[in-house]
Design a protein around this ligand. Structure first.
Ligand SMILES: [Zn+2]
Length: 330
């Protein structure tokens, strides 16, 4: 499908984000920032929260506590998963127990399993009439959609894992959706336009997983699309971060401190202290991601702390597609 208003190629930003495989060496690490205590994040009553998760588990890692707080203060929570998290060969091989090379069916099955885990994980947070949506876009391929597979001018992107080039029909919000950048923007815009969240949380563009970086740009582009038809719509946007060098494992302890080498942005860092019950539920939710606990429990446990940290973006003025890569891919 084609979106005429986004058809011009516009280089909107020079921000570069890197993948987790892209030489995250100590020599390239940014300078440590002066420590400024985070500001307490307060959650207004009746908040309508949309959590954008590139993969199943990111919603709990980044905002498992915030989702509970929104529900406890009379709000509504919705999660949109951009991918099923299926493009993880090491995880698929670990599940197969035989060391054989995974087939496209294995990757699709792994994605279905992660979706099931997502449902059981969020149930552990007891969010009432919570709703989730799986867009089923290609894990590991989101950055490519921003530049190389934007529109109908070329064939849709085909996942090297599942060999699919579009979401299953039953999962498409827009029937003609294929693995193209403008299609992902439109699906996100439809969710935002229908739900009209008052708060959106999405990964920061500096997140070093290329799908996480891309999630930020697609969210910003979708917000612009919504505002073209609903000019009075406004929303607060918060960023969370999951992959950034060795954070948060440089420092042990009960709290989650902001990454010391990353700018807090104009808002300064924001922290949401969790109650013991919220922290316990977040930990239980993470444990329901059994496929991920199987291969990287240490990573998930690193986010099960007594608080969560967020920041606000400096600007959400992004127009896709772009001429050059915003995310360095493996
Ligand atoms: Zn992720």
């Amino acid at each position: 499908m084609r979106q005429t208003s986004l058809s011009a190629l516009i280089l909107a930003t020079t921000v570069i984000c890197v993948s987790p495989n892209a030489s995250a060496t100590a020599t390239q690490r940014p300078t440590r920032r002066p420590h400024v205590p985070p500001t307490l994040l307060t959650v207004p009553e009746g908040t309508r929260l949309l959590v954008v998760a590139p993969h199943p588990d990111d919603e709990v890692l980044g905002a498992g506590g915030l989702m509970q707080r929104v529900h406890e203060t009379g709000g509504t929570v919705r999660v949109v998963y951009l991918t099923n998290g299926e493009g993880y060969p090491e995880g698929v091989e670990a599940e197969e127990h035989g060391g054989k090379t995974p087939t496209p069916d294995d990757f699709r099955g792994y994605g279905r399993r992660r979706r099931h885990e997502a449902r059981t994980a969020v149930e552990a947070l007891a969010l009432g009439d919570y709703k989730s949506t799986f867009l089923c876009f290609p894990d590991g391929g989101l950055c490519k959609l921003m530049r190389s597979y934007w529109s109908e001018r070329r064939v849709a992107y085909r996942s090297p894992y599942t060999r699919l080039d579009r979401p299953p029909l039953a999962e498409r919000l827009v029937p003609a959706t294929e693995f193209r950048g403008e299609d992902l923007t439109q699906e996100l815009a439809q969710i935002i336009g229908d739900f009209r969240p008052t708060l959106i949380v999405v990964p920061r563009k500096e997140d070093q997983h290329s799908d996480h970086c891309a999630a930020w740009f697609f969210l910003a582009d979708a917000l612009a699309a919504v505002r073209r038809v609903q000019p009075d719509y406004s929303v607060d946007v918060l960023n969370y971060i999951v992959h950034f060098y060795s954070w948060p494992f440089e420092k042990d302890g009960p709290t989650l401190d902001p990454p010391p080498h990353l700018s807090s942005g104009p808002s300064g860092w924001l922290t949401l202290p969790l109650t013991p019950d919220e922290e316990r539920a977040k930990r239980q939710a993470l444990r329901r991601y059994q496929t991920q606990m199987h291969v990287m429990s240490w990573f998930l446990d690193g986010f099960a702390k007594s608080n969560e940290v967020f920041s606000k973006p400096a600007s959400i003025d992004v127009v896709l597609p772009v001429r050059r890569d915003l995310c360095d891919e493996p």
